[in-house]
Design a protein. Structure first.
Length: 151
């Protein structure tokens, strides 16, 4: 089979059956048949993996910060559900960071932005004025991911 034709057929498979495309791509990589690989879509998928982990870090950090804000500024409504959510978000962030330690820099660089989003969401969810929640995050970044820490 012509390598160009094989790569073109694999590219068509990408749109028809993604799972089969993955299986075939892995097989070709294992066999070192690089000329037969659908390189364009493979590059796109690898790029999306990095973006996925960054989105997960960002989304989980926003939820974590929002619940820490609710915990700190609505003590009368504290619940085991909030603590459970806090613990789960921390656990999942730590798991992503264990797999990709370099994403710690991404987390640090985006902490303030995530806090601003969490602040708005905490206001929306609690019905409290956004002014109740400080503009600058009131928690040390290191504490936010520390197991068991609560404001």
């Amino acid at each position: 089979m012509n390598p160009n034709k094989s790569a073109q057929e694999l590219a068509k498979l990408y749109d028809i059956d993604f799972a089969q495309w993955i299986d075939k791509t892995v097989q070709l990589l294992e066999e070192k048949r690089f000329a037969d690989i659908d390189l364009k879509n493979l590059i796109e998928e690898i790029e999306s993996l990095g973006k996925r982990d960054k989105r997960e870090i960002q989304n989980r950090l926003i939820v974590l910060l929002m619940h820490l804000l609710k915990y700190a500024y609505q003590p009368e409504k504290r619940s085991t559900s909030w603590i459970s959510t806090i613990n789960e978000q921390r656990r999942q962030i730590v798991l992503v960071l264990q797999d990709s330690p370099s994403l710690k820099n991404y987390l640090n660089q985006n902490f303030a932005d995530c806090y601003a989003k969490a602040r708005r969401e905490a206001s929306d969810e609690t019905g409290l004025s956004i002014a109740v929640f400080p503009e600058e995050y009131p928690f040390a970044e290191v504490d936010v991911l520390t197991e068991g820490w609560l404001p």
